[in-house]
Design a protein around this ligand. Structure first.
Ligand SMILES: [Zn+2]
Length: 430
């Protein structure tokens, strides 16, 4: 089921929001605890519309069918409308069920700053802290190292999770390259009912969010996100956090390879030393691992260079955006459209038409579910899985392909920054 509020200024820029409505069995938690808050959002927007509110952009609400059998509803719809979506859709926001507890934020890192901003403005119904602050403090409590705690205290925004699969954002993000978010509250309810007959109204109203206060918080979180995205003059994408994430991913991949080299080198040495023979219990015989070629060094320089130029453009864009400009004349309105068009395309730049190795439907070069990991995400999947699956030549090619996409992204950001500063077009409202 699809509902639409047409935009009043730029109807051809779309914000899409969805949650599925089909269930494995009863489905009080999965999906109705997300679907009910979804329905509350356009109901509130309906009241605002009657009071005269007119969103700048078009807002599209979707209640997906057939999610449980392989995301059928959202996939068919998004494939059917692929061309229009790629032209017009700025952001897709997904939820899929909701519990009590902490806000879980996943999505495109170009929206990391944006969703952190929303989370700072939503009150946690139990502690009355902002949901952002509650999340930050609980992450500090769970952090494993002093470095992690330092980052949580000092980095302005909390890192959001990269998205794998398992719910309806998959086609939007992985196949079409539309910047996406996946949100929900979690962590404080009893588990064990997932996809079973016990996921019913009785369970939900006795053991989960029984007074629906987190349902309201989810509506507030996503409704606020949709309205801000729909009304912002300049779409609230930011690339500083994104560039920082790319630097981190590059280091993660270098470490992945270095650890693998070290592991194999050490094992080979132990085989030569006779460690396995010496420690073998003849009454419980095992087979020693085979001698293995130590993985070659890979050239990460293209990705490192791309990450550096991304960081520079991201700073240029942020500073161009910070110049205030109270009113816009006609030329500036035209420039505004051009900048927003580039922002809409910024996620598409991270995709390649021929897709990932051996799975061309997955076109995003930074996020995908793993080939063998189910729903779980693999970041920079072409390179990462190349290393993990010992396709080293392929990993080397993928580094070049990812670096090229990041260089293109960096040029796009640079060009958007140029338009902003040439027309002294800054964000007029936060
Ligand atoms: Zn679900």
């Amino acid at each position: 089921m699809i509902a639409k509020i047409p935009g009043s200024v730029v109807p051809d820029e779309w914000i899409v929001r969805g949650n599925h409505h089909d269930a494995w069995v009863n489905g009080a938690e999965d999906p109705v605890s997300g679907q009910a808050p979804l329905l509350a959002e356009p109901r509130a927007m309906g009241i605002l519309l009657k009071q005269g509110w007119k969103p700048r952009r078009t807002i599209i609400y979707a209640a997906w069918d057939g999610e449980e059998p392989m995301l059928l509803g959202s996939t068919e719809w998004a494939e059917q409308h692929a061309e229009e979506l790629q032209k017009h859709a700025a952001v897709y926001i997904n939820t899929d069920g909701n519990d009590r507890g902490l806000l879980s934020m996943g999505g495109s890192h170009t929206l990391e700053q944006f969703i952190n901003g929303v989370a700072r403005d939503i009150e946690d119904p139990e502690t009355k802290l902002s949901v952002w602050q509650r999340l930050q403090l609980s992450k500090i409590a769970q952090a494993k190292s002093a470095d992690d705690r330092k980052e949580l205290r000092q980095r302005g925004d909390l890192r959001i999770n990269a998205l794998g699969s398992g719910t309806d954002f998959t086609t939007f993000l992985d196949h079409l390259g539309i910047a996406s978010l996946d949100l929900g509250y979690e962590g404080e309810d009893e588990q064990g009912i997932y996809h079973s007959i016990y996921d019913d109204f009785y369970w939900y109203t006795h053991f989960s969010d029984y007074d629906f206060i987190y349902g309201r918080a989810l509506s507030q979180t996503v409704g606020t996100s949709v309205m801000r995205l729909a009304d912002a003059e300049v779409l609230p994408f930011d690339f500083v956090d994104f560039a920082d994430t790319i630097q981190k991913y590059t280091k993660d991949l270098e470490k992945l390879l270095a650890d693998k080299q070290e592991e194999i080198r050490e094992r080979n040495q132990e085989l030569e030393e006779g460690v396995f023979k010496a420690t073998l219990d003849p009454r419980r015989p095992t087979v020693a691992p085979a001698h293995e070629e130590v993985p070659p060094h890979l050239n990460f320089a293209p990705m490192q260079n791309a990450a550096d130029s991304l960081a520079r453009s991201a700073e240029h864009y942020r500073s161009a955006l910070s110049h205030q400009q109270p009113t816009l004349d006609a030329t500036q309105m035209e420039s505004l459209r051009a900048v927003n068009q580039q922002l809409i395309e910024s996620e598409r730049k991270l995709t390649k038409e021929d897709g990932l190795p051996r799975r061309p439907w997955y076109k995003h070069l930074l996020y995908a579910p793993g080939v063998y990991s189910g729903y779980e995400v693999k970041t920079v999947p072409g390179v990462r899985e190349g290393i993990e699956l010992k396709h080293y030549a392929e990993a080397e090619q993928e580094i070049v392909r990812v670096a090229k996409a990041l260089q293109d992204e960096s040029e796009l950001i640079e060009s958007a920054a140029r338009i902003l500063s040439q027309t002294s077009l800054g964000q007029t409202k936060p």
